[in-house]
Every structure is written in C-alpha cells, then in structure tokens.
Design a protein around this ligand. Structure first.
Ligand code: 5GP
Length: 122
C-alpha cells in the first residue's frame, strides 16, 4: 500500500490542519487526540512517511527510530506520566482498528487505563 499524502496526520504535519501541540522536534510531532479516551491522550507521529509501526521498524533509519522513542521518553516526563505509568498503543491495519494511515503511537494516562483488549474472539 502506498502512503496517502492526504491522510489527516500528513495534513497536520504540513500545518494545513491545526493541532494542540504537546511536543515537537526534528523526528516527531506530538499532539492531543481530538477525541480523548483518557485524561491524557497524546498521539506521537514520526515526521517521515510511514504507514504503520511495522513499516517504521523495517524502513525507518536507526536515527529516526531512536528519535521517535527518545521523544516518547521526553513526552511522558513532560506530561508527568512517569510516576504512575501510561499505556502506548499502535493500532495497525484493519484488525488493529487503525483509522489514520500514518504511523502513530497513542499515549494514554492520567488514570488506570483498564482492560488491555476487548474482543470476544478468544
Ligand atoms: P487510530 O484509530 O488510527 O489508531 O487512531 C486515530 C486517532 O486519531 C483517533 O484516536 C482519533 O480520535 C484521532 N484523530 C482523528 N482525526 C484527528 C484530528 O484531526 N486531530 C487530532 N488531534 N486527532 C485526530
């Protein structure tokens, strides 16, 4: 699948759509989710054009991958999530429930996040 240049996060990266920015550097942009599922719900996206977490791991440079996870470390510190913890989720593809085809990590915190998954298939 080719990267869709007009997905909503590509537009946010280009500044065509506003976001409530949390953190920005040369590797990532992080912003509040428009429909938060927890008291803290942040999306972290790489600046590079990667559709999914697996593509990012396969095609991303070591510098981009290090930059991405270093940014997560900085964001959770900045947002005061280190003491009580948080959950990271990278929905991927149809079964994973991914809606936006630009790799993003959800960071959820500020309360106990609850069940890890909801499926009746097991
Ligand atoms: P996914 O289901 O792809 O893992 O997550 C996509 C997330 O993007 C959803 O949680 C949704 O609320 C969020 N989202 C969709 N459109 C926008 C937008 O225009 N701005 C922001 N900040 N978040 C968005």
């Amino acid at each position: 699948m080719a990267y869709d240049q007009n997905n909503i996060f590509a537009k946010i990266l280009r500044g065509e759509i506003p976001c409530k920015e949390v953190y920005s550097d040369e590797y990532v942009l992080a912003f509040h989710d428009i429909a938060p599922q927890a008291p803290v719900h942040i999306l972290v996206i790489p600046r590079g054009q990667y559709i999914s977490i697996d593509e990012f791991g396969r095609e991303g440079s070591a510098e981009e991958i290090k930059g991405f996870y270093t940014a997560i470390d900085k964001i959770v510190a900045q947002e005061g999530l280190k003491e009580n913890g948080f959950r990271c989720i990278a929905n991927t593809g149809d079964h994973g429930g991914q809606e936006v085809p630009h790799f993003h990590m959800h960071i959820l915190g500020g309360c106990k996040i609850g069940r890890m998954v909801e499926t009746d298939a097991v």
